[in-house]
Design a protein around this ligand. Structure first.
Ligand code: PMT
Length: 422
């Protein structure tokens, strides 16, 4: 429940853009919730969006005429498009289709909505929605990264059942979740001279899922809580944060850009792409070490007379070791922080990973301890890091993951200058 004083949306002018996806039907509820939160809402629909929901529905909900065309003399006579672009405090596009994202990433202005986006200095937010294969396509991922660099805040997409029958990332966030993301009180915004201001932090979180057949997969118990807590802490300290998340049921922390993936190969691709330009890379995800050599096209059936089933697995790439190896044109790379999930000989195994994977710092946690580690709200860790004089360490006792995350980010920031030499 939000109060008017804490509600960042109260009195804000929101230009709600709707593009051509089946999720457009949810935009009606979104418009209603925004009105209830005290916003002034005006709607702009692309031509295709009108095949999914009528302008009349949105007009009835907002009490304002809905704009659909750039070349509409009557509408332009009321409020011209430049005036509309200046009017908005926030441009929120929900759903944002792959096509619209591509056009915006290119800076095109070939319809009213894209023109407004170019002409407006408003805060820009979008909730992507599309088929899971379209979302995962390298072109869409490239466009999503470009838009984030250009200052767009991307909310979602969520993972799950899709209208087309597929399962995976690409569902538009529910209207309630979108409003909850927008409604953060202004006081939560990072302070201007926050310690991570100007830094880009990329974090992997959650499990990966490695399909065996259309209905089964290999995975683990990671809930994403530790990685999401790190993302929250880094954003609160002023960093630009990109969270590469496996399938989890957590909502995106305020101010964090999120990229949803399912498999280790997808996480690897997103990590390689983003690590090239970030300052700190943190691998908190519990990445499956192996995947099926070839996922079966159809559901694997029980065989009469056979008691066992042999799966042929191949090794997944070691994402963090790969990131630590990457070099940019100037021979640099991000400060790389790994995690070590161990059930015995915590320090020895963690030190081995620190050196073998060429990490700058490692957060070693004992995942066999009751009430800590996988799925829990609390965690404890041994931090080990490399500096010019050798290796240093610190023991962090059991505490909420939110607190532990803050300590990890602060320690990583403290190690950033001078940059470790390898
Ligand atoms: O998500 P939660 O429920 O909150 O639980 C948090 C956690 C226990 C998952 C987290 O604290 C943690 O320990 N994450 C790392 C889990 C893990 O896979 O550890 P590992 O020791 O197997 O891997 C070592 C490092 O290599 C990790 O940084 C891991 O992300 C990375 N790795 C591992 C395998 C692989 N193929 N690629 C990798 O990048």
């Amino acid at each position: 429940m939000t109060t008017q004083s804490a509600n960042r949306l109260f009195g804000r002018r929101i230009l709600l853009g709707i593009s051509a996806g089946i999720a457009a039907y949810k935009s009606a509820q979104l418009a209603r919730l925004l009105k209830q939160a005290g916003c002034e809402v005006r709607v702009v629909m692309t031509e295709g969006a009108q095949a999914f929901i009528t302008p009349l529905t949105l007009q009835a909900l907002t009490g304002e005429a809905v704009r659909t065309s750039l070349l509409d003399p009557e509408a332009e006579a009321g409020m011209g498009h430049i005036e509309l672009a200046r009017w908005a405090d926030i441009i929120l596009i929900a759903p944002a289709t792959a096509d619209l994202m591509a056009r915006l990433a290119q800076g095109m202005a070939d319809d009213l909505l894209t023109t407004l986006c170019l002409a407006s200095e408003a805060e820009k937010i979008m909730a992507p929605a599309m088929n899971q294969a379209m979302w995962r396509h390298v072109a869409t991922q490239r466009n999503a990264a470009r838009l984030a660099q250009d200052g767009w805040r991307l909310l979602g997409p969520a993972s799950g059942d899709q209208a087309c029958g597929d399962v995976g990332p690409g569902r538009m966030l529910e209207p309630e979740a979108i409003v909850a993301e927008l409604i953060q009180p202004i006081s939560e915004a990072p302070h201007e001279n926050a310690p991570a201001q100007g830094l880009h932090v990329v974090i992997t979180a959650g499990p990966t899922r490695e399909p065996l057949d259309p209905v089964r997969y290999l995975s683990n118990h990671s809930s994403g809580k530790m990685g999401f807590a790190l993302a929250t802490a880094a954003a609160e300290l002023g960093a630009r944060v990109t969270l590469i998340s496996g399938p989890v049921s957590l909502s995106t922390p305020a101010g964090v850009e999120r990229i949803d993936v399912e498999t280790a190969l997808q996480m690897h691709e997103a990590s390689r792409r983003l690590a090239a330009s970030c300052d700190i890379f943190i691998g908190c995800a519990a990445v499956a070490d192996y995947r099926a050599e070839a996922a079966a096209e159809h559901k694997i059936k029980k065989r009469e007379g056979e008691d066992g089933l042999t799966l042929s697995l191949v090794k997944n790439p070691d994402i963090i070791a790969d990131v630590a190896k990457q070099r940019d044109a100037a021979g640099g790379r991000p400060f790389v922080v790994g995690f070590a999930a161990e059930t015995r000989d915590l320090e020895a195994y963690a030190r081995d990973k620190l050196v073998r994977k060429r990490l700058d710092m490692i957060v070693a946690n004992d995942v066999s301890a009751a009430g800590l580690g996988f799925g829990a709200d609390d965690n404890a860790a041994l931090l080990l890091w490399r500096n010019g004089e050798g290796e240093s360490g610190a023991s962090l006792p059991p505490q909420p993951k939110t607190q532990l995350a803050r300590a990890v980010i602060e320690r990583a920031l403290g190690c950033l200058t001078p940059r470790p030499v390898h």
